[in-house]
Design a protein around this ligand. Structure first.
Ligand code: FEO
Length: 171
């Protein structure tokens, strides 16, 4: 049975993951409005990943006999000054999410909730990947700047990203 403190913290993380999806969808609409549909595809796939993160926590809470409660999702920013600014915010956001995951691991340890600590290890590893990807894309978009050809090539590349459900990745 999930302890009340852990249940509340996991519910907050579900909200944070759904906010992440909402933020990336907001970035998708902004870049698409700028004519960068490939960038838009990347952010939409990112949003799908975030929903899958929320669902992983949702399923876990029920598996442990807890209760999920949906709460209000904060409205994200709607405009950026450049694709570079959007990736700067992406990296900063992922760093914040990493801190939230680390806090959850600390709480699980404090509560001697080893099952939750074990479940969270997937998120610890995922955050390494999330920060790495966001950092590398930021670096590349900085190199390309607002120059037409480079941005066009990057847009084409990002158009190829497809969503792979995490369960399928593990098989
Ligand atoms: Fe759910 Fe981007 O971390």
């Amino acid at each position: 049975m999930l302890g009340k403190k852990m249940e509340k913290a996991l519910n907050e993380q579900i909200n944070a993951e759904l906010y992440s999806a909402y933020l990336y969808l907001s970035m998708a609409t902004w870049v698409e409005d700028e004519g960068l549909d490939g960038f838009g595809n990347w952010f939409k796939v990112q949003a799908q990943e975030e929903v899958s993160h929320a669902m992983r926590l949702y399923d876990y809470v029920y598996e442990r006999g807890g209760r999920v409660r949906m709460t209000q999702i904060e409205a994200p920013k709607t405009d950026w000054k450049s694709p570079e600014a959007a990736f700067e915010d992406t990296l900063e956001h992922e760093q914040k999410v990493t801190a939230l995951i680390n806090d959850l691991v600390s709480l699980a340890r404090k509560e001697s909730d080893y099952a939750t600590e074990n479940m969270l290890q997937w998120f610890v590893a995922e955050q390494v990947e999330e920060e790495d990807t966001a950092g590398k894309l930021l670096q590349r978009v900085k190199l390309v700047g607002s120059k037409g050809h480079g941005l066009y090539m990057m847009d084409r590349e990002l158009a190829a990203r497809v969503f792979t459900p995490p369960a399928a990745e593990e098989e």
